[in-house]
Design a binder for this molecule. Structure first.
Ligand code: 13P
Ligand code: SF4
Length: 307
């Protein structure tokens, strides 16, 4: 079956829109109506007039789309497509932690569950996190959750002393600094660019740190021709498309990394076949209780209004 053709037909017939993250496989990015980072995707989800949103990404992204636009049917090709970072912050534990620090407000990275969003005051993504932290008065104490690497990076960037939740992403925690530095010796002119979910020692040696959109813009606007890219390797599809003559090298992983390579196992659960089937059968869909949705919406809307 030509999935691309069938998906296009169904999309038109059902007035559906496909939103895809840069970490999706290339063929899914190519068929999407919009490809973007977490902020761009939530902005698109909030304003779409389509009847169905097919979210080619992971669960927290589709859930955010449903929170923002509850009258739409939101489909996720594989309901098991979760996120290790979101899983590293169980709501009951986080709620207990929050109670220990009643004078703190909570800024949470969008990579978290609706329950964590409901326990948060402001949501941020990697492209607006600095702005969100700086929007809080300097005397106000802050808890930052769930990503400790992004949190540590923000403390350095803003000079704000935040209390960090101890969460991380399995992909971004697995890059090998030794192998990256070996590559840098081999290609001394290369710029190392990294996503802020990466560990501190990777960020320290990077010429640029930014969200997936930030990384794409950096490569596009740079006069350099070689880049060592420390984020999920799906981004190389878009990056190479935009910069066909540039040399892009996926940052290597530690030998003992728990995941085999720099691919997110959750993002890669989505396939063209699953995308086709979910659009055909209009399942699996994201459902969320209205009380929780309304609570979670407050912190997301705060981010969108400040973005
Ligand atoms: P951004 O695309 O917003 O930079 O987020 C990366 C990510 O971890 C998605 O899971
Ligand atoms: Fe989550 Fe990391 Fe995968 Fe992004 S790359 S979805 S943070 S596990």
């Amino acid at each position: 079956m030509n999935y691309a053709e069938e998906i296009k037909k169904l999309k038109k017939e059902k007035n559906a829109v496909i939103l895809a993250h840069y970490y999706q496989v290339g063929e899914i990015q190519d068929i999407a109506d919009y490809v973007g980072d977490s902020l761009g995707l939530s902005q698109q989800a909030a304003k779409t007039e389509a009847d169905i949103i097919v979210f080619a990404g992971v669960h927290f992204m589709a859930e955010t789309a449903k929170i923002l636009n509850p009258t739409k049917k939101v489909l996720l090709p594989d309901l098991e497509a979760g996120c290790s970072l979101a899983d590293s912050c169980p709501p009951a534990d986080f709620s207990a932690f929050k109670k220990l620090h009643p004078d703190h407000i909570v800024i949470s990275y969008i990579n978290c569950s609706a329950e964590i969003k409901a326990l948060s005051d402001i949501i941020c993504t990697s492209s607006n996190a600095k702005k969100m932290v700086e929007s809080v008065p300097p005397e106000q104490n802050i808890i930052f959750a769930p990503d400790k690497n992004l949190g540590r990076f923000l403390i350095k960037e803003t000079g704000r002393d935040m209390l960090l939740w101890d969460g991380a992403c399995i992909v971004h925690e697995s890059f090998s600094i030794d192998k990256i530095l070996e590559l840098k010796k081999q290609f001394p002119e290369a710029h190392i660019i990294a996503h802020p979910e990466s560990q501190e020692h990777i960020l320290k040696v990077s010429e640029y740190v930014g969200s997936t959109t930030g990384l794409l813009n950096y490569v596009k606007n740079s006069k350099e021709t070689t880049f060592i890219v420390a984020t999920e390797s799906g981004i190389l599809h878009q990056m190479q498309k935009e910069n066909p003559t540039k040399h892009l090298i996926a940052a290597p992983m530690d030998e003992d990394a728990t995941c085999a390579c720099n691919e997110c196992p959750y993002m890669k659960m989505n396939t063209m076949e699953k995308l086709y089937l979910c659009l055909l059968n209009e399942t699996p869909s994201i459902e969320i209780g209205e009380e929780l949705r309304k609570k979670a919406l407050v912190s997301i809307e705060r981010m969108l209004s400040l973005s």
